[in-house]
Design a protein around this ligand. Structure first.
Ligand code: OFO
Length: 172
């Protein structure tokens, strides 16, 4: 049965995922401006993942008979003081997205919409991973205190990040 309250929350989440992609593209641009190509690559992959998340919500809203509405995106922060600041903000943003998804999951349970609750489980796990990833890099940045050789080493590590499309979107 169609539950408009849930559909509205899913739609809001879809827009948040699109904003995430926009935010991370701004971070990619910042790292490009510093010629830290590995960090830029990391955020390019992150952007693709966010667009995947938005697509998964898009598909699900349609599947349950809802209507997708796109909203305007706020301007993301474009200037940063340091790579550490970028990761502090990326971690904070992921924590916000995690709580946003948890709110929908709680509402789905309250409304006895177990199909949506089950759909959201993938995102709950994914968010735990996203927070861990951002936090790991942030801790490394704090450890090296942004020493140039440490930064270049981390830049090389981040250049290896591989984009993998989620199984749910394969064979679309
Ligand atoms: Fe979509 O996980 Fe980040 O925001």
């Amino acid at each position: 049965m169609k539950n408009q309250k849930i559909i509205d929350m899913l739609n809001e989440q879809l827009n948040r995922e699109l904003f995430s992609a926009y935010f991370y593209t701004a971070m990619e641009a910042y790292f490009e401006s510093l010629n830290l190509k590995g960090f830029a690559h990391f955020f390019m992959v992150q952007t693709k993942e966010e667009l995947d998340h938005a697509r998964i919500f898009f598909n699900y809203i349609n599947k349950i008979g809802g209507r997708v509405y796109l909203k305007s995106l706020n301007e993301p922060k474009n200037e940063y003081d340091s790579p550490t600041e970028v990761f502090e903000l990326a971690l904070k943003h992921e924590q916000f997205i995690t709580s946003s998804i948890h709110e929908i999951a709680k509402m789905a349970l309250e409304e006895k919409d177990l199909t949506t609750y089950s759909f959201l489980k993938w995102f709950i796990d994914e968010q735990a991973e996203e927070e861990e990833t951002m936090d790991n890099i942030l801790r490394k940045l704090k450890f090296i205190k942004e020493d140039p050789s440490g930064l270049l080493f981390l830049d090389k590590e981040l250049s290896m990040r591989v984009y993998v499309q989620p199984a749910i979107l394969q064979n679309e």
